[in-house]
Write a protein that binds this ligand. Structure first.
Ligand code: NDP
Ligand code: OXD
Length: 313
């Protein structure tokens, strides 16, 4: 029985080395060169080819090496097996670092200071206290909750929005489409950590931009998206950045990825672009997490962090 590593866009060697170091007694196979597909019991995957996983007749569990699982749910031939997604403190901490960094870049007007520096200009701007800035976190799950807590600790006024009500001490929480307007109207900096599902696709459009607060310290709203590119309507965000309805953005995810070189977003005003690196999946930390789950599963314990296939996340 073996463990399959099927990753695209990442280097499989790091995962194979990590698994061999952590579980030296287990056989690890690298896609697509699998001698006998019948021996594969577990698959560790990132963006596998559609239809690929159904070629393993004895597969028992699929482990998504990313926290997001749209790379699997989009496969119409995905076998009807448990899908476990990554929930790991290493990944969570990395995401919180990126979110806090981006919120501070906009809150402390770092893009303007970078421009002043390039002009050799000594010029100070009005500085607000964090408590005057309302940060709204869309998607109050594992990653959103950790980021919200870190931002609240820095003194920001933080609220959250999710599908079902969440109770996070110190964070006011709203839920569902019925409370979306109220959430947006009280948000100066919108942090997006939603999964991509049929319900969330395209949610970050021009209409949403126009429902965000315009009376905040920055004179207009900012959007920070590390969820998925399919959440945003890129042309709407680009237009809103150019006509000033959006004061800034930080975007880590795009559709398609890589972001094409001719995308206007590259030079949209006050727009920070990073190449889907907000939280990298670290092979050592995450392989250890998966091997622990496999061992628990083989002891007959239930799998945790299972994806709900009907919800899509
Ligand atoms: P979780 O499943 O823990 O949280 C998802 C949150 O989104 C939950 O609060 C959920 O609500 C909410 N949500 C889902 N659908 C809706 C909806 N229709 N309306 C309102 N709220 C909704 O996921 P994680 O926090 O672990 O990860 C979030 C996403 O971050 C991933 O799906 C992935 O796309 C992205 N990601 C990006 C990375 C990067 O490097 N850029 C790295 C890792 C993840 P409820 O609480 O009610 O279920
Ligand atoms: C993701 C991840 O889901 O890298 O984007 O974990």
């Amino acid at each position: 029985m073996s463990i399959l590593v099927a990753v695209r866009g990442w280097s499989p060697e790091h995962w194979i080395e990590a698994l061999r170091a952590i579980a030296p007694d287990r056989r690890v196979e690298r896609a697509p060169d699998v001698a006998d597909p019948g021996t594969v019991r577990y698959a560790l995957v990132w963006k596998p080819q559609a239809g690929y996983l159904r070629t393993f007749p004895n597969l028992e569990v699929i482990f998504s090496l990313g926290a997001g699982v749209d790379h699997l749910t989009s496969d119409p031939e995905l076998p009807n097996l448990p899908v476990v997604r990554i929930v790991d403190p290493d990944l969570t901490r990395r995401m919180t670092e990126w979110i806090v960094l981006q919120v501070l870049i906009h809150h402390r007007q770092q893009l303007a200071y970078a421009r002043f520096q390039a002009e050799r200009r000594w010029h100070d701007l009005r500085q607000w206290s964090a408590s005057e800035m309302r940060v709204g976190v869309m998607g109050l799950g594992v990653l959103g909750t950790d980021a919200a807590r870190a931002l609240a600790r820095l003194g920001f006024h933080v609220s959250g929005w999710s599908r079902t009500p969440r109770h996070v001490p110190g964070i006011s929480s709203l839920a569902g489409l019925g409370q979306l307007d109220a959430f947006l109207a009280g948000t100066d900096i919108l942090v997006v950590l939603l999964p991509l599902t049929p319900d969330t696709r395209g949610i970050l459009d021009g209409r949403l931009v126009d429902r965000l607060a315009v009376d905040g310290p920055l004179g207009g709203p900012v959007i920070i998206n590390a969820g998925r590119g399919g959440l945003q309507v890129a042309s709407d965000l680009d237009a809103a950045l150019r006509d000033g309805r959006l004061r800034g953005a930080s975007l880590d995810v795009f559709e398609p990825e890589p972001l094409p070189a001719d995308s206007p977003l590259w030079d949209a005003p006050n727009c920070v672009i990073t190449p889907h690196v907000a939280a990298e999946s670290d092979p050592m930390a995450l392989s250890a997490n998966v091997v622990k789950q496999i061992e628990a599963f083989e002891r007959g314990e239930p799998l945790v962090n299972l994806v709900d296939r009907t919800r899509g996340y």
